[in-house]
Design a protein around this ligand. Structure first.
Ligand SMILES: [Zn+2]
Length: 75
């Protein structure tokens, strides 16, 4: 029997993908009427329109206005 090539493991990557970029593309802010797209910032999703920040839990974006927070604007 030929020597079997060991599977190269994919666990060597250092960067953790928080969310699939393709998924981010189809996500929209549930708090805004015209459903603007969300922007992936660090490990959160940000709406540029209402400034809400949605958290991502275990790879699942929590797109609930009541779960989102709005960072205080710097004076
Ligand atoms: Zn919004």
């Amino acid at each position: 029997m030929m020597a079997t090539e060991p599977f190269t493991e994919t666990g060597g990557r250092s960067s953790v993908m928080v969310l699939d970029p393709k998924l981010v593309e189809i996500l929209a802010c549930p708090a805004c009427d015209d459903r603007p797209p969300l922007r992936l910032v660090a490990e959160t999703l940000v709406c540029d329109q209402c400034r809400r920040v949605y958290t991502i839990r275990d790879g699942i974006p929590i797109l609930l206005p009541e779960e989102a927070f709005i960072p205080e604007a710097e004076a």
